[in-house]
Design a protein around this ligand. Structure first.
Ligand code: ADP
Ligand code: ADP
Length: 229
């Protein structure tokens, strides 16, 4: 039973076919790592799942709802999906705590005190509760990315999408973000992760998908692709 189902999905940017009939099934609690060369369509693929990009052919079904122009379906699907980007996308003029409480207060009508309690819960999960009153730019890149992950979790999504979450980080900060993602995976979160971190793929992924020129060229469990260390 798939929580995400993509069937023969194609997309063009003008005359350029960026996705060429991609099919992908993701089960609840499954961890899928997407890899492949730069420009192969990885980012576009996952951005189609929460309608940051619009596909033109094929179908995408999330939790039984098809992604079409139907605004109700799009809203319902987006409520179930958290997304983490390469460049954190935090609001620089809001504190860490305010970045986390904004979504729950605006879209889930939570009271400020409840939203702050929820926010502190997830800041503890990502191991930076002591940074709550700081502004994002006062934090390291690794800490900012963990804030971004915590912010997504405050919306209590069932699915988390990661678009090269460690690519903008200095090497010494990559591990702390990957550790947070490993803990999230162990908690049973459904995750699709675009990354070049093959160690993460080998140890965390249930399946690895290789893209080239807008198509999935290979997929399977990581043992099929990576020799044991
Ligand atoms: P990847 O994530 O694998 O690096 P992307 O999905 O970001 O690949 O991009 C795939 C291709 O589509 C690239 O050649 C990129 O330049 C192109 N592309 C991405 N976004 C747009 C856009 N908005 N308009 C035109 N071309 C785009
Ligand atoms: P990434 O590698 O993280 O996907 P990119 O630098 O490829 O980032 O793209 C950054 C943004 O620019 C994305 O929103 C993408 O849609 C857009 N973009 C990428 N390539 C093109 C392009 N050739 N024309 C227009 N927009 C593009």
């Amino acid at each position: 039973d798939s929580i995400i189902s993509m069937r023969d999905v194609s997309k063009w940017y003008g005359n350029f076919k960026v996705l060429q009939g991609v099919s992908l099934e993701v089960g609840k609690g499954e961890r899928v790592v997407v890899c492949g060369p730069s420009g192969s369509g990885k980012s576009t693929l996952i951005r189609c799942i929460n309608r940051l990009e619009v596909h033109q052919e094929g179908e995408i079904v999330v939790k039984g709802l098809e992604l079409t122009d139907n605004v109700k379906n799009i809203d319902a699907i987006r409520r179930n999906i958290g997304m983490v980007f390469q460049n954190f996308n935090l609001f620089p003029h809001l504190t860490v705590l305010e970045n986390l409480t904004l979504g729950p207060m605006l879209t889930r009508q939570m009271k400020k005190t409840d939203a702050e309690e929820l926010a502190m819960h997830f800041l503890r999960k990502v191991r930076i509760p002591d940074q709550a009153r700081k502004y994002p730019l006062q934090l390291s890149g690794g800490q900012q990315q963990r804030v971004a992950i915590a912010r997504s979790l405050c919306m209590e999504p069932e699915i988390m999408l990661f678009d090269e979450p460690t690519s903008a980080l200095d090497p010494e900060m990559i591990k702390e973000v990957l550790d947070t993602m490993i803990e999230l995976a162990e908690s049973g979160m459904t995750m699709i992760v675009v990354t070049h971190e093959m160690g993460f793929a080998r140890t965390v992924a249930d399946s690895v998908v290789f893209m080239a020129d807008g198509a999935i060229v290979e997929s399977g469990p990581p043992q099929e692709f990576f020799a044991n260390p």
